[in-house]
Design a protein around this ligand. Sequence first.
Ligand code: COA
Length: 334
Amino acid sequence: MLNKGPFNAAITAVGHYFPERIISNKYFEEYLDTSDEWIKTRTGIIERRRLDKDKPTSFMAVKAIEMLLKNRGIGIEEIDLIIVGTVTPDMIYPSTACVIQKEMGAKNAWGFDILAACSGFLFSLMTAVQFVQCGSHKKVIVVGADKMSAISNMEDRNTCILFGDAAGAVLLEPTEDKSYGVVDAILKIDGEGGKNLHQLGGGSLNPASHETVEKRMHYVYQDGKSVFKDAVKGMADVSYDIMVNNNLSSEQISFLVPHQANLRIITACAERMGISMDKVMVNINKYGNTTSGTIPTCISEYWHEGKLKKGDYIVLSSFGAGYTWGSILVRWAY
Ligand code: COA
């Protein structure tokens, strides 16, 4: 899928942000017909973070980018392009990329948002790769950020226990050494999946009205069972295919970085690839499903813990609303 230009696109810095407020499973036990035990065993989630009501998604994205810039030792004025994967933009428009650009004074950057739900980070990363590979852009920030508490129905036990708020960011730069950076990608969509996972209110089909609010159409709707079945197959297939297409064995993969929607989906994906769980990045236990945030926050946390090293092959895989899904193979460059 990757049409190589003069350069490879390498990840050269990472950053993440989680709000301080912790919401434990016990919190939901107090007002919903659910239990810590059910949530833990069915999803793998123990707690998640929640951003203050008056703070938007861009607040978390800015914090993640600040960490990234500090790690790389550069200023925001060096950034050419900001791409934000999110389903919870600060508002319908202007884009969250524009808000971030203004907040951070990124005077040399342009940017835009990409809507691919839980695949938002992977779709944004693949888009960014095109600008870096051809040599037209030297420093591109890719953000995955979502304030899921803004669109979760806190009375619906089927969904509200699943989600958390977070942001992660990576910096992409060109490298002439073609053995590092983003190596390959498989990305897919299937609109048939739209019926199983959506937020119907607020768009041009169902503009915000008293009726859409009363019918709770501004919240996440999910047919969990159907999505679970489709996610296991979709994510496991592309993860396996990208490994095999690139003539890699499971031993040669240092980490699988799966979207964090359910620990049982993650385990199934690892099993299909023949990868043991110690080589799977997991943070769902601490943060729940943070949608576009899961993959970049995992990478950033593991990098900060010193677990990633130059030359590592990592497989990033996601599945989400749309349906959108895919895998990206990266050879770690620093
Ligand atoms: N606490 C207690 N019981 C709950 C519950 C909760 N928080 N949520 C659902 N239940 C109940 C259901 O009502 C159902 O009860 P019933 O049998 O009386 O109808 C029962 O538990 C089983 O529901 P089911 O939907 O089969 O549970 P599950 O094992 O599939 O787990 C999810 C539900 C949502 C955790 C799981 O389906 C899932 O992870 N789906 C995929 C998520 C995903 O990948 N999303 C894509 C990207 S966001």
